[in-house]
Design a protein around this ligand. Structure first.
Ligand code: ZN
Length: 245
């Protein structure tokens, strides 16, 4: 099965459409969305609508999705993020509010564990180093865990010896999943990349061929920025899209 893995779309419709177009060109049987569908960007309703039109999509919620419907405390959000959550909560249509309220914080699909943060804390933990990855490998049983939240396309591998190593996933380079090893894979962020490359990021995970490939996709960044400014959202949320930080 070929899966288009999308995370951290953050209400960026231009980036989502570019990624879905590229995913269709690559070919997929299913879409997994690892949370943070909304927050930061100016198109929460349109993005949710687009994802709900995707019949093969399995979606879980991230901290921003839950915060937008009062299921997650924004005390530790930075000011711009908290402001964007208040704005999102104010504009979300009622069916979409109900939709976000109904999202689970983790899921399983085709034997793969889906979380936004980690296997330890599916909503809010950042898996940014080997120590955090080790904790997740110990916390749950999975061969492959797909996660988001850090906005960085990365892979952590636990070899049969127990040794855990992590690294970045470069654009277009296939990672081969070795038998007996376990994996935590992050597709990067569709709507707000933070690795210095402003292009949208997603992954094609092939469970049959046992490969994972990250793809970076150009999109209409200026259009997304214009909408953020027109909505009155904090200026830095528009600025950062141009630099991928
Ligand atoms: Zn996010």
């Amino acid at each position: 099965m070929r899966v288009a893995v999308l995370s951290d779309i953050h209400a960026n419709l231009e980036a989502l459409d570019a990624v879905l177009g590229r995913a269709r060109a690559e070919g997929f049987d299913a879409v997994y969305v690892l949370g943070d569908i909304v927050g930061y960007g100016a198109d929460p309703d349109a993005v949710i609508r687009r994802l709900r039109e995707e019949p093969s999509a399995t979606l879980i919620g991230g901290n921003h999705d839950l915060a937008a419907v009062g299921r997650f405390d924004t005390t530790w959000f930075n000011r711009a993020a908290a402001e964007a959550i208040r704005w999102t909560a104010g504009v979300l249509g009622e069916p979409h509010r109900r939709f976000l309220k109904g999202l689970e914080a983790s899921g399983r699909a085709d034997d793969t564990l889906l979380v936004h943060g980690s296997a330890v804390d599916p909503v809010a933990e950042y898996v940014v180093n080997e120590a955090r990855a080790v904790a997740s490998f110990e916390a749950d049983e999975f061969d492959v865990c797909l996660f988001g939240h850090t906005h960085l396309p990365t892979a952590f591998v636990r070899a049969p010896s127990g040794r855990v190593e992590g690294g970045v996933l470069p654009d277009g380079e296939a990672l081969s999943l070795e038998p007996g090893a376990r994996y935590m894979l992050n597709p990067g962020s569709v709507g707000q990349p933070r690795d210095g490359d402003p292009r949208a990021s997603f992954m094609v995970f092939d469970s049959g061929a046992r490969t994972a490939v990250v793809h970076r996709v150009e999109y209409a960044i200026e259009q997304a920025q214009r909408k953020i400014r027109a909505a009155g959202l904090p200026e830095p949320l528009a600025d950062r899209l141009a630099v991928g930080r």
